[in-house]
Write a protein that binds this ligand. Structure first.
Ligand SMILES: [Zn+2]
Length: 68
């Protein structure tokens, strides 16, 4: 039996751009993309899409700042 308390990262539907080429798996989050984002790998055109990703809206500062 596994516990119900297992914490899974919550995935939210996130706007992304993905590469148009079926052979290329490159994608970027919309918030990191420019309006005319081109594929960082093959330089091809990209399409708007949705992907389920963990939210990054409120980044937790993990490194270097251990406050009491
Ligand atoms: Zn590409």
């Amino acid at each position: 039996m596994s516990t119900d308390a297992e914490i899974k990262p919550e995935l939210l539907p996130t706007k992304i751009y993905k590469c148009k080429s079926p052979d290329c798996k490159a994608w970027v989050r919309e918030e990191f993309a420019t309006e005319q984002q081109s594929c960082p790998i093959c330089k091809g055109p990209m399409l708007r899409s949705i992907r389920h990703l963990p939210p990054i809206g409120k980044p937790k500062k993990k490194r270097a700042s251990k406050s009491k």
